[in-house]
Write a protein that binds this ligand. Sequence first.
Ligand SMILES: Nc1ncnc2c1ncn2[C@@H]1O[C@H](COP(=O)(O)OP(=O)(O)O)[C@@H](O)[C@H]1O
Ligand SMILES: [Mg+2]
Length: 258
Amino acid sequence: MQLEALDVSKTFRSRRTSAPVHAVRNATLTARPGQFVAIVGESGSGKSTLARILLDLLEPTEGSVRVDGQEVGSMDRAGKRVYRRNVQAVLQDPAGSLNPRKRVSRAIGEVIRLHGMARTPAETRRRVAEVLELVGMAPAADYLDRFPHELSGGQRQRVLIARAIALDPRIIVADEAVSALDASVKAGVLAVMADLKDRLGVGYVFITHDLPVVAKVADHVYVMRHGQIVEHGPKDQIFSEPSHPYTRELLAAAPVLP
Ligand SMILES: Nc1ncnc2c1ncn2[C@@H]1O[C@H](COP(=O)(O)OP(=O)(O)O)[C@@H](O)[C@H]1O
Ligand SMILES: [Mg+2]
């Protein structure tokens, strides 16, 4: 499977002045299973807008999102259903990603049932336990009955990853998914994501403003600025021979060893 944004632009109207805001301009990007693609750029550069377009949560003003060449915007309901399962979102953990009133077992079990990924309650429970253990929450029995407020920030992010993984996606779009976490917790969640790439072959579009994180996990890096992708390439190339002045600026501001 190949997920592509082709020459995608998104223009908003400013809520205050109604002037056009060019949030994304002519962005082209490719993601594949088994590959860790990072999009890096400072706040306001259009990363979240591009993520929402990739997830079909927002329609581009111009350009298209394609899966294996087929335009997502023109898929029928059945096609979109498959697409929504294959391309999952893991967002930062604001209230909203996890319902505070649902226990972990239900939060994950419901999406499994909704997508017909299990036929019986017993099969659903097994699958929930399996994905919790895949994200390092073992034994699963220790976590199944907990509510979100009974979990740490890192555990909540793992639950969101487990819920995404439960649908056996090919690609996960993660928008600032670890940005709010402390360094050691962040490292643990990143290790889980890298492990899932190796074990399940899942790919990531991993959006962050955090260069050290990119240095650690990315295979391929896109650099965004003012809505445009100014440069992209294999991680080592971006870090050792950045070609765009903005990338050099970013690297100078946050020195990291790839
Ligand atoms: N719904 C919206 N209406 C108007 N402007 C928006 C909307 N969403 C985002 N923007 C603007 O688009 C630009 C890019 O935002 P965003 O994609 O959130 O960037 P990032 O995720 O890189 O911080 C910003 O200037 C932001 O204010
Ligand atoms: Mg954002």
